[in-house]
Design a protein around this ligand. Structure first.
Ligand SMILES: O=C(O)/C=C/C(=O)CC(=O)CC(=O)O
Ligand SMILES: [Ca+2]
Ligand SMILES: [Mg+2]
Length: 439
C-alpha cells in the first residue's frame, strides 16, 4: 500500500497551544483523528480530537479560517456523518490535516480557534460514518490456527488460507460506537454429545481484538482496485471488537460461515486514525515463512511488502464489576503487535474487489482477530481459555472462561516509531449487561 508523505504535521517538535495535547498518549497534535460528536441539545457533526478536546469542524467551516481543499473538507465534515469527507480521498484529508495542524500549533491563532474547541468529556461520540457494508477478514494467522484447532482439531488451517485473504460479509446495521452496552444474545447451541439443540442465552460470550479499516473513495461495480492503488481507497483505521457467541458459532457456522454468532453487535472505537497520521508507523510486511506459497500476482506488490504493515501494539483489558467497585483498573489479558497479520490491508482490498465487487465510501473492513504466537498475546477468550477448559484468574481471585455480566472489556492500540511522537487509537469499550435479549 502506498505510504502517505511524512510532512511538517509529523514533526516531533511540533506542539499545540492546547496544552492537554502535548504528551497526550493518544491524541497529540501529530494524530488529529476524525470523528462525529455531539454535545447536549445539538446535532452531531464532524470533529478532530486534540488532547482532551475536539475541534468542531462545523464551526471551523463556518469561520472562514480555511481555504480551498481544506475548507471543502471541513464543509464535507460539518454534517452528522463523514461519508462525504471519506469520499473526497487523501486530497481533502491532507489539506484539512495540514490546516488544522497549523492552526492548533500557531499561538497567534489561539484566540480565534479556542472558541471552536469542545471538551471531550462533555461530548458523546457517534459512528463516524453511515456504514453501507461491513466485511470481516481472518488475516490473524495465529488466531486462525488456534481457533481452527478448537473448532476443527483435524484440520486447523484450511488449505486456502495462504492463497486467499479469507473473509465473510458481516452485518453493518449492528455496528455501534465504543461504550454501547452488550446484551447477551439468545440463539441455538448444541453440545457435540447432545441429541438436540437448545435455545437460550449464550454460555460462551467472547470478544475479538481486531482493527477496523475505513474505506475512502470506492470503486465502480465491475472495476477492481489493483493492489498498487489500494492505498488511495483507505481513509484510516479504528479498533473493532467482533463480539462472538462461541457456542452458537460452533453449531451454526458450517457450511456458510458465521451468522447469528457474530451479528448481534460489533463495537468500534469512534475516531478514524487517518492513513496520514499512520504514515510514520508503516513497516515491512514480515516475510512469509519458508515453504509458504507466493500469492498470485494480483495479490502481490513489492511496495506493499516494503511498507504495507503497521507498527502498532494492541492491548485488551478486562475489568469485572468487583474490580470496578473496588476502584481497580482493568487487568491486561492480551498484548501483541499488529504485524501478526498474514495479509496486508492492500491485499484485503485487492482481493475483495478482484471480482468487480464495489466498495463504497464509509464501508468498514475488519482485519479478523489479531493474536500473537505467544500466550500473552491472544485476541479472544476462546483462545486464552482453550474454549473454556483453562480459566484465567483476575486480580480479585475471580475466574473467567468467557465474559460475564458486569465485565467491561477495553481494546486499545498504540503506534510507536523511532524519531516520531507516539499516537493512540482511543478506546473501544463495552460493558456486558446482566440481562440478555428477551426470550
Ligand atoms: O471457523 C473459524 O475458523 C473461525 C471463524 C471466525 O471466528 C470468523 C471471524 O470472525 C474471523 C476473525 O475474526 O479472525
Ligand atoms: Ca471476527
Ligand atoms: Mg450490508
Amino acid at each position: 500500500m502506498t505510504r502517505p508523505a511524512i510532512d511538517e504535521t509529523h514533526d516531533p517538535l511540533r506542539t499545540s497551544w492546547s496544552e492537554s495535547a502535548n504528551g497526550h498518549g493518544c491524541f497529540p497534535i501529530q494524530n488529529l483523528p476524525l470523528g462525529i460528536f455531539s454535545v447536549a441539545g445539538d446535532t452531531p457533526r464532524g470533529g478532530i480530537a486534540i488532547g482532551d478536546r475536539i475541534v468542531d469542524l462545523k464551526a471551523l467551516a463556518a469561520s472562514q479560517l480555511l481555504q480551498g481543499d481544506a475548507q471543502r473538507a471541513a464543509q464535507a465534515a460539518a454534517g452528522p456523518c463523514l461519508n462525504a469527507l471519506l469520499e473526497m480521498g487523501a486530497q481533502g484529508r491532507v489539506a484539512l490535516r495540514k490546516a488544522v495542524s497549523g492552526l492548533l500549533s500557531n499561538p497567534d491563532q489561539r484566540s480565534e480557534i479556542e472558541p471552536l474547541l469542545i471538551t471531550q468529556s462533555a461530548a458523546a461520540m457517534h459512528l463516524p460514518a453511515k456504514i453501507g457494508d461491513y466485511t470481516d477478514f481472518y488475516v490473524g494467522i495465529h488466531h486462525a490456527t488456534n481457533i481452527g484447532s478448537l473448532f476443527r482439531p483435524d484440520n486447523p488451517l484450511l488449505p486456502n488460507y495462504k492463497h486467499i485473504p479469507i473473509g465473510y460479509h458481516g452485518r453493518a446495521s449492528s455496528i455501534r460506537p465504543s461504550g454501547t452496552a452488550i446484551r447477551r444474545p439468545n440463539g441455538q447451541r448444541k453440545a457435540p454429545d447432545a441429541d438436540a439443540p437448545l435455545f437460550g442465552p449464550t454460555q460462551k460470550l467472547d470478544y475479538e481484538l481486531e482493527l477496523g479499516v475505513w474505506v475512502g473513495p470506492g470503486n465502480a461495480l465491475g472495476q477492481p482496485i489493483p493492489i498498487g492503488e489500494a492505498g488511495a481507497h483507505i481513509a484510516g483505521l479504528c479498533l473493532l471488537n467482533d463480539w462472538s457467541a462461541r457456542d452458537f458459532q460452533a453449531w451454526e457456522y458450517q457450511p456458510l460461515g458465521p451468522f447469528l454468532a457474530k451479528n448481534f453487535l460489533t463495537t468500534i472505537s469512534p475516531w478514524i486514525i487517518t492513513a496520514e497520521a499512520l504514515a510514520p508507523f508503516r513497516i515491512a510486511q514480515p516475510a512469509r515463512p519458508d515453504g509458504d506459497p507466493r500469492p498470485l500476482p494480483y495479490l502481490w506488490d513489492d511496495a506493499d511488502q516494503a511498507h504495507g504493515a503497521l507498527g502498532l501494539t494492541l492491548e485488551v483489558g478486562l475489568r469485572s464489576k468487583v474490580m470496578a467497585d473496588a476502584g481497580m483498573d482493568a487487568h491486561r489479558i492480551g498484548r501483541g503487535p499488529a504485524s501478526n497479520m498474514y495479509w496486508t490491508v492492500a491485499q484485503m482490498v485487492a482481493h475483495h474487489t478482484c471480482n468487480g465487487c464495489n466498495l463504497q465510501a464509509g464501508d468498514l473492513l475488519g482485519t479478523g482477530t489479531i493474536s500473537a504466537s505467544t500466550s500473552d498475546g491472544l485476541g479472544s477468550l476462546m483462545e486464552i481459555t482453550r474454549n473454556g477448559s483453562a480459566p484465567i484468574e483476575l486480580p480479585t481471585g475471580e475466574k473467567r472462561t468467557f465474559l460475564e455480566g458486569g465485565d467491561e472489556l477495553t481494546l486499545t492500540a498504540t503506534c510507536e516509531a523511532d524519531g516520531f511522537v507516539s499516537i493512540g487509537f482511543g478506546e473501544c469499550t463495552g460493558l456486558i449487561q446482566n440481562g440478555g435479549i428477551a426470550l
